[in-house]
Design a binder for this molecule. Structure first.
Ligand code: PMP
Ligand code: GLN
Length: 398
């Protein structure tokens, strides 16, 4: 059929769309990585290792593929991986999760957290986040129709402020989201903090979402305190972790959610129609690799050495370091720098640092709803020593 020019133009016109998410932009990590690449900068912005994972892990996944483990796995994840995860949690944190009804393999922690929100948050429910917080939390709550309640962490130390947490809880509160070790500050919750949270939540129906993706990056003398170790928390918690962080494979996007049977059942209702499941050979490869606990048990020492190397370098610059208790992030205060650009605001300063000094960083303001600016920026030290030394060399010129 021959169409008139006018008709074919109409057919080809994209319907006008009212944005459903008008306030959502592109994540700061994508923006800063693009700017780093464009500027030829050392990228200490987005959190990912610039070194390879263990060759054995690649061989384990390859072997699974070659053995023909390439079709759909069970919706919940392959049994050997659920078993390995359950055993690990039991050994490290003392809680037994049922492999069939309480552990689910996800497409990374990002999918896990969105799926939790979609599964449990009813329109109008309140969800408490502790600011600064990871950038997907708030959009995830919005997508679920929930109301975000922002409670600040204590300024300067980033420690939980339990009076404010307590004050934020009301009959509309559906859940509270915590993250230790904490991105971006690196702060680690203490045993007493977990006990206090357990006490505050005990008389309530509030669910806990515990983002523990950096569980294996806590530096001596501190240790990780998982929500799963506290019976009163475990009974109400979705505990989220990520293989991307623990095994240097952020691009594989595989994570886990451990939660009591009733919570897991609701989680899986959404998970099955969200991603259904996660790629098979990677799951089998991870299960085989997990038989040896050394890789994750060695991780604190591995990253502690990198943190110390990076901090020793930073000590020779004008940047003022904040504590680095956990994660692979190191935050610094820029207010004492001698360059006038320190007054640009964190976000513009990071762009300037990337373009003019050749080191990319992330502004802490990106982790706040109101872009609160405290002259602090975040560096990622999950990098080869040569990368860290190159960054220090550039930062020392300031
Ligand atoms: N939570 C936090 C605190 C993170 O830093 C990240 C990503 N680095 C995630 C969740 C998402 O993890 P994943 O890459 O497994 O989706
Ligand atoms: N979590 C990583 C960070 O904080 C980034 C992950 C991402 O780019 N989505 O840097």
């Amino acid at each position: 059929m021959i169409m008139s020019c006018e008709t074919s133009m109409k057919i080809m016109t994209t319907p006008s769309l009212v944005s459903k998410h008008p306030k959502m932009g592109t994540t700061i990590f994508t923006v800063m990585s693009a700017l780093a690449a464009e500027s030829g900068a050392v990228n200490l912005g987005q959190g990912f290792p610039d070194f390879d994972c263990d060759e054995k892990l690649v061989s384990d996944v390859t072997a699974a593929m070659q053995e023909g483990l390439n079709q759909y796995p069970p919706m919940t994840g392959v049994l050997p991986l659920r078993q390995a995860v359950s055993e690990k949690i039991k050994t490290l944190y003392g809680h037994q999760y049922d492999v069939n009804t309480e552990i689910t393999i996800t497409a990374g922690a990002t999918q896990a957290i969105l799926t939790i929100m979609l599964a449990v948050v009813h329109p109008g429910d309140e969800v408490i986040v502790l600011e600064p917080c990871y950038d997907s939390y708030v959009p995830n709550i919005d997508m679920a129709g929930g109301t975000v309640v922002r409670v600040p962490l204590t300024p300067g130390t980033f420690r939980p402020d339990f009076d404010r947490i307590q004050a934020a809880i009301c009959p509309k509160t559906r859940a509270i989201l915590i993250n230790s070790p904490h991105n971006p500050s690196g702060m680690v919750w203490r045993h007493e903090d977990m006990l206090k949270l357990q006490e505050i939540l005990a008389p309530t129906q509030v669910l806990l979402i515990s983002d523990e993706v950096y569980e294996h990056m806590v530096y001596a003398p501190l240790q990780h305190h998982s929500a799963s170790s506290y019976p009163g928390l475990a009974a109400r918690a979705f505990v989220v972790s990520s293989f991307g962080k623990s095994y240097h494979v952020t691009g594989w996007k595989v994570g886990t959610v451990a939660a009591p049977v009733a919570l897991t059942a609701e989680f899986r209702k959404v998970h099955q129609f969200n991603v259904f499941t996660v790629n098979t050979p990677v799951q089998h490869g991870l299960a085989r690799y997990m038989k040896d606990p050394q890789p994750y048990l060695n991780l604190p020492a591995f990253y502690q050495r990198k943190r110390d190397l990076f901090r020793a370098g930073l000590a020779r610059t004008q940047f003022k370091m904040l504590p680095g208790e956990g994660t692979y992030f190191q935050c610094v205060d820029i207010s004492e720098l001698s360059v006038p650009e320190k007054n640009l605001g964190e976000s513009e300063f990071c762009k300037w640092l990337t373009k003019e000094v050749g080191v990319a960083a992330i502004p802490m303001s990106a982790f706040y709803g109101d872009s609160f600016d405290q002259h602090v920026i975040r560096f990622c030290f999950a990098k080869k020593d040569t990368t860290l030394n190159a960054a220090i060399e550039r930062l020392s010129r300031l």
